[in-house]
Design a protein around this ligand. Structure first.
Ligand SMILES: CC(C)(COP(=O)(O)OP(=O)(O)OC[C@H]1O[C@@H](n2cnc3c(N)ncnc32)[C@H](O)[C@@H]1OP(=O)(O)O)[C@@H](O)C(=O)NCCC(=O)NCCS
Length: 122
């Protein structure tokens, strides 16, 4: 289940810190601030049973694109399809209104997920 939560900053920061570009604390704090204050930056969390185990962040550009710029899964839950499910859910939630794509940090994983979707549809 992918939801925008309120008051989960610590969990969000912990998950985002797994992104290699967010290792610097000041940068991570600025990223969090953007997600809190910029209406075009959306951070969604993945809940598995009662635990929040994944985060996916995107920015809306010019009312046209939804660019996925962060994705992270708690290491204990990796390789179970959560990352792929989060991308599929963002496409489902945003795809009718926006062109869903990924920035360069997430591109490789995004392409892999899209490829798998296409193969499953065949
Ligand atoms: C990238 C990440 C979100 C994937 O989450 P996940 O829930 O483990 O992903 P899934 O279970 O849906 O998919 C796992 C598959 O993706 C592959 N994969 C993992 N990271 C990848 C990457 N950066 N690029 C391409 N493929 C990747 C795995 O090798 C695995 O492949 P397989 O199915 O062929 O064995 C997770 O590894 C993570 O949090 N990484 C640290 C944060 C990060 O670096 N994010 C930016 C890079 S996208």
């Amino acid at each position: 289940m992918l939801i925008r939560y309120k008051n989960q900053e610590k969990i969000e920061m912990g998950l985002l810190s797994f992104m290699p570009v967010e290792k610097d604390v000041k940068m991570l704090q600025q990223t969090m601030k953007n997600y809190e204050e910029d209406p075009n930056w959306h951070l969604l969390l993945w809940k598995e049973d009662d635990d929040i185990v994944g985060a996916i962040g995107l920015r809306l550009e010019d009312d046209i694109s939804a660019v996925i710029q962060h994705i992270s899964v708690n290491p204990s839950y990796r390789n179970t399809g959560i990352g792929k499910n989060m991308i599929a859910e963002v496409k489902r939630q945003y795809g009718k209104k926006y062109d869903v794509c990924a920035d360069e940090l997430v591109q490789e994983f995004f392409d892999k997920c899209s490829q798998q979707d296409e193969n499953e549809e065949e």
